[in-house]
Design a protein. Structure first.
Length: 122
């Protein structure tokens, strides 16, 4: 994928071993990092609306997003700052732990993003 280029964001919500929601959408022409943040924000909003008091783990294969949300990395890119602020606010409102997982452990979200890209390209 070109960066920036056509992008999609996706997330899956699991309760135990059961998938309770999958969602993916085109997010226009943007960078991979913006698409990653948008996926995190969409997932956090979904959880906030439907599972208000639940404890949960948000897994992302984006080291940048995870390390920025944990405070290990500063946000230097101006286009990421509003997304970071929104994600950080949502994290603070929820009982959530944000962890990094290797891309191989995030196959469902990758599959969903791939489906959006294939459908867009015709």
């Amino acid at each position: 994928m070109k960066n920036p280029g056509r992008a999609a964001s996706a997330f899956a919500i699991k309760k135990g071993n059961r998938i309770v929601c999958i969602h993916s959408e085109c997010v226009g022409s943007t960078t991979n990092n913006v698409a990653e943040y948008k996926a995190v924000i969409m997932a956090l909003k979904y959880v906030k609306e439907r599972f208000k008091d639940a404890n949960f783990i948000l897994q992302s294969d984006s080291q940048l997003v995870v390390k920025q949300l944990s405070g290990e990395y500063k946000v230097k890119a101006k286009d990421l700052l509003p997304l970071f602020n929104e994600a950080k606010k949502l994290v603070s409102e929820l009982s959530v732990k944000v962890i990094w997982v290797p891309r191989e452990e995030n196959k469902l979200a990758d599959f969903l993003v791939g489906m959006i890209r294939r459908n867009e390209s015709g």
